[in-house]
Each structure stands twice: as structure tokens, then as C-alpha cells.
Design a protein around this ligand. Structure first.
Ligand SMILES: [Zn+2]
Length: 188
């Protein structure tokens, strides 16, 4: 950062503190040549994200749209709204940190699925069925097989961990019924 007075490139930091309610860091600097002082702010870079839809249309990324889809997928799973809100925050931060301006809607869907898979099986299946535009039972069978493979590798990795207990209790009687309903659709 060049000195605004003499353009000298080197300076020393006299003080750093959090500013704008933690959104930035304010640094007081002193030029090593003219000794004059100036202030810099450091912020996380936010790029406006453009979503490229399946049909090639472009629209600006809307957080609320993603949140709505996730909330719908998580109905009756007992997952709190604040948990879903922070899940969307995580997805948005991941998109931001890719540092690209355009992102395919499929990529956002895959990111959401990745997060939902770790959170709740039923929500994962519901979101996948909408996002992947399931056409029939075959699609559900494929995704159930995928989940079973993942579950098998989780069980191997953490047979006695507390995390796997928590995950097990996420499955409510409601959602078990639903899984049976989906499983029975294999026969149709
Ligand atoms: Zn200077």
C-alpha cells in the first residue's frame, strides 16, 4: 500500500482494530519515508454472483430463493430455522470464496445437497427430488443407494462416536414412514 502523500511503498502498522461491527479491520499506518500517518480498511471481498440456469438464462443470486428451497426440504424434520439460515450462509460463503462471478445453478444445487446430506437424510432426498427433477421411482432408488453407500462408510468411520448417535436421532417417526413410502415405490 503506497503512502497517499509521497507514494512510498513501505510503511509500518501502528494499530489494528476491528471496525464496522467486525466486518473489517482498520489499520493505522505510518509511512517509512515521510512519517505521515494514514488509515486502511481490510474487508472480505464480496462479488455479486450471477446464476446460470439450465436453460442458459442468467439471474442474480438470491439468497432467499435458496433458503426457501432448503426450508421446504426440511419441513417436519425438526431442524431449526436458524440452523438452516447458517447453512445458507455457509453455501453463500463457499460461492463467494470461489472468486468467480458466474456459477451454474447445478453447482449451487450440488453444494446444497452436500450440506443437507450431512444434516438430514429425508431433507437430502426431498431436495434432490426437486432439484434433480426426479421423473420416477428409478431416481429415488439411485439416490437411496447412494445414501446407503455413504451411510456404510460413515458407520465404518465412526461406530462409537456421539455424532452418529445424534444423526440417528434426527430421523423422526414421520421421516421413517416417508422412507418406507419411497422404498415401496421401488416395486411400482
Ligand atoms: Zn510518505
Amino acid at each position: 500500500m503506497r503512502c497517499p502523500f509521497c507514494q512510498f511503498p513501505d510503511n509500518r502498522v501502528l494499530e489494528s482494530r476491528s471496525a464496522e461491527s467486525g466486518q473489517s479491520v482498520r489499520r493505522r499506518r505510518e509511512c517509512l519515508r515521510c512519517n505521515r500517518r494514514f488509515t486502511t480498511y481490510e474487508r472480505i471481498e464480496f462479488v455479486p454472483i450471477v446464476v446460470v440456469k439450465r436453460n442458459g438464462e442468467r439471474e442474480s443470486f438470491e439468497r432467499s430463493k435458496l433458503l426457501n428451497g432448503i426450508v421446504r426440504a426440511c419441513e417436519k424434520t425438526g431442524i431449526s430455522h436458524s440452523r438452516l439460515d447458517s447453512l445458507v450462509d455457509e453455501i453463500e460463503a463457499e460461492l463467494q470464496q470461489q472468486g468467480v462471478r458466474e456459477v451454474l445453478s447445478q453447482e449451487i444445487g450440488e453444494l446444497a445437497l452436500k450440506h443437507l446430506q450431512a444434516l438430514n437424510e429425508v431433507a437430502y432426498i426431498r431436495f434432490a427430488s426437486v432439484y434433480k427433477q426426479f421423473k420416477g421411482a428409478r431416481d429415488f432408488v439411485d439416490i437411496l443407494n447412494h445414501l446407503q453407500e455413504m451411510a456404510a462408510s460413515y458407520t465404518e468411520a465412526a461406530t462409537t462416536s456421539e455424532v452418529s448417535d445424534e444423526e440417528a436421532s434426527d430421523i423422526t417417526p414421520d421421516s421413517l414412514d416417508e422412507r418406507e413410502a419411497i422404498a415401496s415405490s421401488r416395486n411400482h
